[in-house]
Design a binder for this molecule. Structure first.
Ligand code: NI
Ligand code: MN
Length: 229
């Protein structure tokens, strides 16, 4: 399983030769100006919610690659009208895809698409595959529902958690979330992109280290194998 960070909350994950892309927001992110979206591979684009800083480049990448959107019914319908195919889900549901199983889980946030269309409920994804299992939280507050993940899903190899505060949990709450989902390795996301979410990375790492967890800051454009986290 190869993981690539494209900035903000956008990650590519390659599983058994299939490319998953989460929450593509690149052309609007000054910090990701070195990334050319025409080179990003995608077979599936997973959208946690409808906010622009999670969906901005999904249409262009889906049209170039033929990737399917995996998101709520409301978001998938919005893309169907644009000629982009998808697989719609809702909270609590799982589906077996060729690369593995996807469960759409609770996030406490909001979800409106860039033109004001209702995106349904926001969510996160738990991916279980032969190459490993992980939780992509999306934008969320710390919520007790996270405790359901280790009760209902396979043990996680890592989690992708927002840590930037203001719009989502900050790093102190995210460290509690890592405990609750039972992930000792956490990839940080949703920090530094905007003024409100700039974080002190050393302080953030300390908050996780206190709980015996490793908070990992990937460089934008960096790829890493899951086994090297
Ligand atoms: Ni959001
Ligand atoms: Mn966001």
């Amino acid at each position: 399983m190869k993981i690539t960070f494209y900035g903000h909350a956008c990650f590519g994950v390659e599983i058994a030769g299939e490319h998953l892309l989460f929450d593509p927001f690149i052309t609007g992110n000054e910090l990701a100006s070195g990334i050319d979206i025409s080179t990003i591979p995608a077979d599936y684009i997973l959208l946690s919610h409808g906010h622009e800083d999670h969906v901005l480049d999904a249409e262009a990448i889906a049209k170039r690659t033929g990737a399917k959107i995996i998101a709520t019914f409301e978001i998938v319908n919005w893309y169907l009208e644009k000629g982009v195919d998808g697989h719609s889900m809702n909270l609590g549901g799982s589906w077996q895809f060729p690369f593995g199983k996807v469960k759409f889980v609770t996030a406490i946030h909001s979800s409106v698409l860039p033109d004001g269309t209702n995106g349904g409920n926001p969510g996160g994804f738990v991916i279980e595959s032969e190459e490993g299992n992980f939780y992509f939280a999306g934008d969320t507050a710390l919520t007790y529902d996270m405790k359901l993940i280790p009760m209902t899903c396979a043990p996680l190899d890592f989690a992708v958690l927002p840590i930037g505060d203001n719009f989502t949990m900050g790093y102190n709450d995210a460290a509690i979330a890592a405990d609750w989902v039972e992930a000792n390795k956490v990839l940080a996301c949703h920090y530094d992109t905007f003024g409100y979410i700039v974080v002190d990375k050393e302080e953030a790492k300390k908050a996780f280290a206190k709980r015996g967890q490793d908070l990992i800051f990937m460089k934008i454009g960096e790829s890493i194998d899951k086994n090297d986290l």
